[in-house]
Design a protein around this ligand. Sequence first.
Ligand code: AMP
Ligand code: MN
Ligand code: MN
Ligand code: MN
Length: 293
Amino acid sequence: MDCDSAINSPFPPLENFDLHNHSNASDGLLPPAEVIRLAQQGKCDAVALTDHDTTSGLEEAANMANLLGMRFIPGIEISVSWRADSLNTTLHIVGLGIDRQNKILQDGLSAVREGRWGRAQQIGADLEQAGIHGAFEGACANAENKEMIGRTHFARYLVETGVAKSIANVFDRYLAKGKPGYVAHEWAALADAIAWIRHAGGVAVLAHPGRYKITEESMRELIEEFRSSGGEAIEVVTGSHQPHQFRQYAALAKEFNLLASRGADFHGLDESYYKPGTLPSLPAGLTPVWTIL
Ligand code: AMP
Ligand code: MN
Ligand code: MN
Ligand code: MN
């Protein structure tokens, strides 16, 4: 690229936006302020905090970003049950640029969080049945925010107690669909999650599509439904994708005319492949979601 075209390019390749990160307000390991510090070390131009089903970490993160002179994008990652009556696939919808004070969003998130405590008790009971003791208490002890107990908190307990070698191994053996500690749960409806995000002034992003175990045909139907419900972007480069999936979802972003997002899906230094800001750039030819943030 010559000098002029670099100046005229609307999307400089070096623009480093990381739009998917977790803190201990949900199932990340670090406090929100520490996630922002890491993003600065990763040379992010802008960073989003996108905790699962809660905005309780956003104020601390925004304050630290302000202190460091970094651009901060307030975010959320909402748990969704898609086609609850048939496929019943759990999806994640990221919201970017949300107003965390918005009542419609907050009411929706409270309802999503409400089921988590009972679900965690059931996971604990099912693991007891499978011969693993004290997992509910262990998961609680691992969760900074008791409203947001998730499978990751159980997974860490099983690693701490030597039941499994790694978080991934716990999911494979105990917590994934069909395994003894898996408890089916009905999360938000897709259209509702998107509507809450939009009411709060945010942009809805289909998170890590490569992780959903659905057919190619269902994926296309999902993207159609996501778009027709007001979704505008899809994650292409994420720590939850394999590199070949960067190309695969870049092609779908183009085909469906969706904006592209990029985010580490960072949970912790020893747990996540990418630290904030260290992912590859978006493939060429995509329109980054940050052009509208
Ligand atoms: P929950 O919302 O309680 O069902 O927990 C979902 C979280 O578990 C995700 O956001 C990931 O952080 C984590 N997770 C799910 N599947 C896996 C896996 N196979 N390996 C590691 N972590 C996983
Ligand atoms: Mn998570
Ligand atoms: Mn997710
Ligand atoms: Mn995530």
